[in-house]
Design a protein around this ligand. Structure first.
Ligand SMILES: C[S@@+](CC[C@H](N)C(=O)[O-])C[C@H]1O[C@@H](n2cnc3c(N)ncnc32)[C@H](O)[C@@H]1O
Length: 408
């Protein structure tokens, strides 16, 4: 599904890439991915609305509102676990159409009595002007405005119907400090990866993108020497340096200002090798063919994110999406929705979206949840002085999704 911007003539992404390679030589896969996805003029994310049945792929928040609602409950639970600070910044990285944020905010308004006087604000980190307009429409209707100057860190501001302030940024660095819950759903997989391969006894070499000498309008992979990767046993690895930097920033913010991050994506724990692939019209697509017309993605290496997060924060997971959603009570929520729904086609739709989200052969085991938490969140609360009858010191509130939450 293309936006009206699509109709305007644009310089071709392929032409842009071939002239770049002719001028400076083969480019790392990470640079290729960055250009193809987020080049400010011709990037895939910058000019497309690719999400949904008519687009190139569909994501969990687009499949069912239950997904966002359960994440909303997770956020409220973590805010309570942190002692209920008076300010809560909800920060979403790569919000797509804004559906997840809409569903989370609906939960906030339903749980208003639990949230009390907390002041909530929404902060969206988004590089795509086309998607940010869509997010603004879905979250604020007509109550948002672009910044006057192009280089403003907050490039759009608005307000939801309930009066919550919403701000848009291009980079996480620009989001103001403060107690925050960060959400990143299918964000890290869109960040550029460097690819390395063991080809000869000379060791690791970086995979680069070059022009095919036989067919000058086509691209091909080549390999060049690169620094060695000590202790690595796989013969092919993908390193998402940009993802590492973002996780370090999240960890630093959580240490300094409190809060938590919930990262959900397809990925592995440092076991997979070659996962770089393209999607167009819900089908796999050659990553080097017609660049800019298809989504490019690579599985998230959670073991790398854990290493980059460092010792300052506690890391939980990855656990499968099925486990996370079941622990968050998706079955109970489904029963309530089904009980209140008599229309056969809506019931069918509810059941099939539940299956899509949780079935191990569908999204249930392909997607994983991973969290960064302030260490104090997992520490046992101190004994209250003078209460001698208490035998055990009280346990911290369990972290939803990673352990089963009981609703009593
Ligand atoms: C695969 S989509 C996922 C959208 C949404 N989270 C969902 O699950 O439906 C990736 C999102 O990240 C945004 N994005 C990609 N690279 C980005 C970057 N470097 N900085 C900020 N946003 C980025 C895209 O524009 C898009 O909104």
């Amino acid at each position: 599904s293309s936006s009206p911007d699509d109709e305007k003539p644009r310089p071709s992404m392929l032409r842009h890439l071939t002239s770049k390679i002719k001028a400076t030589g083969p480019i790392p896969v990470a640079e290729y991915m960055r250009e193809v996805l987020t080049n400010p003029v011709t990037g895939y994310y910058v000019r497309n609305n690719m999400l949904g049945p008519e687009g190139d792929f569909i994501t969990s928040p687009e499949i069912s509102q239950i997904f966002g609602e359960l994440l909303g409950v997770w956020i409220v639970s973590e805010w309570m676990g942190a002692g209920g600070p008076r300010q809560l910044q909800l920060v979403e990285l790569g919000p797509g159409k804004g559906s997840l944020a809409c569903d989370v905010l609906r939960v906030f308004s339903q749980l208003r009595s639990m949230l009390g006087q907390v002041s909530v604000s929404l902060h969206l980190v988004e590089v795509s002007p086309a998607l940010s307009r869509l997010q603004a429409h879905n979250l604020t209707g007509t109550r948002s405005q672009e910044a006057d100057a192009e280089d403003e860190p907050v490039y759009r501001r608005g307000e939801t119907a309930a009066g919550l302030p919403v701000s848009w940024y291009r980079r996480l660095d620009d989001v103001p400090p403060g107690f925050s819950i960060f959400l990143a759903h299918e964000f890290f997989d869109a960040l550029p990866v460097h690819k390395f391969q063991v080809k000869t006894e000379k060791g690791w070499r970086e995979v680069m993108v070059d022009i095919d000498p036989e067919k000058p309008d086509q691209l091909r992979f080549v390999i060049t020497p690169s620094p060695s990767l000590a202790d690595e046993r796989r013969d092919h690895v993908e390193v998402c340096a940009e993802g590492g930097v973002i996780v370090q920033q999240l960890a630093r913010r959580i240490v300094e200002h409190g809060g938590a991050a919930l990262i959900a994506d397809y990925g592995h724990d440092g076991t997979k090798t070659d996962t770089f692939r393209g999607f167009k019209g819900h089908q796999l697509h050659d990553v080097l063919a017609s660049p800019g017309s298809a989504d490019l993605t690579a599985d998230v290496d959670f073991s790398y994110l854990r290493r980059m997060a460092g010792e300052g924060v506690a890391c939980l997971g990855p656990v499968t999406q099925r486990t996370f959603l079941k622990n968050m009570g998706i079955d109970t929520r489904m029963q309530v929705l089904l009980r209140n729904c008599s229309d056969p086609s809506s019931r069918k739709q509810l059941i099939s979206s539940y299956d899509m989200l949780t079935n191990p052969a569908k999204m249930g085991e392909r997607f994983h949840f991973f969290s960064l938490l302030h260490h104090s969140r997992l520490a046992k609360p101190k004994r209250t002085e003078g209460l001698k009858l208490e035998k055990k010191s009280p346990a911290p509130l369990p972290v939803g999704g990673f352990t089963e939450l009981s609703f009593s």
